[in-house]
Design a protein. Structure first.
Length: 324
């Protein structure tokens, strides 16, 4: 089968499309014929081993997993040897496979009880494939913050894969959303459901006079110190990145001691319940991943280059099987 392989760490050029063996199917696995996958920030971090401590997870000298890809959508080609009631050959499925990876290929083998679910009706493979990575991060952060109906929440970086999902998930929960983005994307973000949109190129969002129950920096380009004044007395600050000096890992331990504004940094859950929840939201029309660009598998290195410009809007899809 064809797969995008990287045998060493480095820039997008280390990725090449070549022939590899089709993955084996264990007794508890399902084999998926991949129709669409994505390139996202997670893939980029593992490919480049940046930050450096990533090598503790991926291999010190060279990558242990040479075929990356966390997200996928496709058709079940085969099931394992045990009786698997949840999936059948021919099912249209999508899921998330961080750690094992392998979605940047024509086939991926995944545990039948892992983060995989059948696709909702009326959703294409290219729409379903980007439905887990950004969304499961957003879901984890919003759940940890405890935001819900009636809460005022600011999302900085509302056009990224995480931010665009966060706006939609917040509206589904009944929150009032202020979203921060560039001038060119104001209408897009309004279309996602934001109640108010701030043009970050025209004004400094940290000088906003409104106060929020939660501020979510979905691109990791701000700090608790800059955003603290935006929070209500018991407000919560969240960021998708570690922050300068890794402060977003330390501050969640320190800020609760002062019984005021707090920092939270959750670790997302990657299980079947998460994917099924996102499937139900997509089926109800309450969440649709934003797709910026599409690349064929043969041009996946270009997809990596584009993602690393920091200019993508929503998600970048890689098409493995061209749609009919």
């Amino acid at each position: 089968m064809k797969a995008a392989v990287h045998n060493r760490y480095g820039p997008p050029d280390v990725v090449r499309v070549t022939e590899v063996d089709r993955p084996s199917v264990g007794d508890r696995d399902v084999l998926v014929r991949v129709h669409a996958t994505t390139v996202n920030r997670t893939d980029c971090a593992y490919r480049a081993a940046r930050p450096l401590f990533m090598r503790l997870l991926t291999g010190l000298a060279r990558p242990r997993r040479t075929v990356l890809g966390t997200e996928y959508a496709g058709i079940v080609e085969a099931v394992g040897g045990i009786a698997i009631a949840s999936f059948s050959v021919g099912d249209r499925v999508f899921g998330y496979n961080e750690g094992a990876f392998g979605a940047h290929a024509e086939y991926v083998s995944v545990p039948h009880d892992g983060p995989v679910a059948t696709m909702p009706a009326g959703v294409t493979f290219e729409e379903a494939a980007p439905g887990t990575e950004g969304a499961h991060y957003a879901l984890a952060f919003l759940t940890k913050a405890g935001v819900g109906a009636g809460d005022d929440v600011l999302v900085y970086g509302a056009t990224g894969g995480i931010g665009s999902a966060a706006v939609q998930l917040l509206k589904q929960r009944g929150a009032t959303v202020t979203a921060v983005c560039d001038t060119a994307h104001l209408e897009l973000v309004k279309g996602l459901g934001a109640d108010r949109v701030v043009d970050r190129t025209a004004e400094d969002f940290t000088r906003d006079e409104q106060r929020y129950d939660a501020v979510f920096d979905a691109v990791g380009k701000s700090t608790f110190g800059r955003c603290r004044r935006l929070l209500k007395p018991r407000g919560v600050y969240l960021s998708s990145e570690l922050g300068p000096g890794g402060q977003n890992m330390l501050l969640p331990l320190v800020t609760p001691l002062f019984r005021g504004r707090r920092v939270r940094f959750p670790f997302p859950t990657q299980d079947q319940e998460m994917v099924r929840h996102l499937r139900e939201l997509m089926a109800a029309g309450e969440f649709r991943p934003v797709v910026d660009r599409r690349y064929p598998l043969e041009e996946i290195a270009d997809a990596y280059r584009y993602v690393e410009t920091g200019q993508k809007v929503g998600n970048v899809v890689v098409t493995v099987v061209p749609p009919d």
